[in-house]
Design a protein around this ligand. Structure first.
Ligand code: CU
Length: 304
């Protein structure tokens, strides 16, 4: 029996060490998942810090204490009240004090959780004054990004093919996370993301910023983030949207204000032709020249 307990203790210690090890490793990876990682992704925005606090400081201790308490009760009942230890069971039922306690205590626990949960919800809801607005539109199966204030028309962000990942010198791990053209935003600026979809329901999600907002056709949802560090951050569509749901990643590149301004200049409407959502199916953009006028005296053709 003793060796069994030693085995369980060893397993627990091993799992704990593995957990600490992977958490330490996860620290090295900002903006992307870690193979074998545990817990939430490293935070890179105020909302994600609040989410970490709610999960790590409020929920996890409460869950752990409840699990250990219930486990202790089960073990106590099994050991103390099995047929051998307690051959003649008591015949009473109901205990008012216990029934009041097991109703009130969970209510109090839920109230504590609710207070912190609402505080986090309000953090999401109370967006500070935005410095920048980006419209993200979900399509089957890519994302379109538009910057109305900068006059940047919508451009399409597809999944980066595997050979292109290698060509760009990116680590193999970011295949299916990296995109052909990322969303680009300046660091330490409040970015308002307006989220919608053109066909089915998608979801705009990026763990490091704590983003997860449904993209619903005919509805404009809003979320926000303020990236704290320059870098590349990855997310994915998080609503099962069809056969290529797994292949519409979200890449957000956070740069300095100067780099952002330079990028905006390259994306100015004069420099880049407007990318249609479905470039293959859409007709080529027509030149902005005035429509050809019908020669004088010739009646325009009747519509068919
Ligand atoms: Cu999707």
């Amino acid at each position: 029996m003793k060796s069994k307990f030693q085995g369980i203790a060893g397993l627990t210690a091993g799992a704990g060490a593995a957990m600490i090890g992977s958490l330490a490793f996860a620290q090295e990876r900002l903006g992307q998942p870690t193979p074998g990682g545990l817990g939430l992704q490293q935070a890179a925005s105020p909302l994600k810090h609040s989410a970490h606090f709610f999960h790590d400081i409020i929920l996890l201790p409460i869950i752990t204490v409840i699990c250990l308490f219930v486990l202790g009760l089960l073990i106590w009942v099994v050991v103390r009240y099995n047929r051998k230890a307690n051959p003649v069971p008591a015949t009473w039922s109901h205990n008012t004090a216990i029934e009041v306690a097991w109703t009130l205590i969970p209510v109090l626990i839920l109230m504590v959780i609710a207070v912190f949960s609402f505080r986090l919800l309000f953090d999401y809801h109370n967006m500070p004054k935005p410095d920048l607005t980006v419209k993200a539109v979900g399509y089957q199966w890519n994302w379109g990004y538009e910057y109305p204030d900068q006059q940047i028309p919508e451009y399409i962000s597809n999944m980066l093919p595997e050979d292109e990942v290698a060509k760009r010198g990116l680590p193999r791990d970011v295949f299916r996370l990296a995109a052909t053209e990322p969303m680009v935003v300046p660091v330490n600026k409040v970015v308002r993301v307006q989220v919608t979809a053109a066909d089915v329901i998608h979801a705009f999600a990026l763990p490091a910023f704590g983003l997860k907002t449904d993209a619903i056709p005919g509805r404009l949802n809003e979320t926000w983030f303020k990236a704290e560090k320059v870098g590349t951050y990855y997310g994915q569509c998080s609503e099962l949207c069809g056969v290529d749901h797994a292949f519409m990643p979200i890449e957000i590149k956070v740069v300095t204000q100067a780099e952002f301004d330079a990028w905006v200049a390259t994306k100015a409407p004069a420099a880049t032709p407007v990318a249609a959502p479905d470039a293959a199916a859409a007709p080529a953009p027509t030149p902005t020249a005035a429509p050809v006028a019908a020669p004088a005296g010739v009646a325009p053709a009747a519509p068919l």
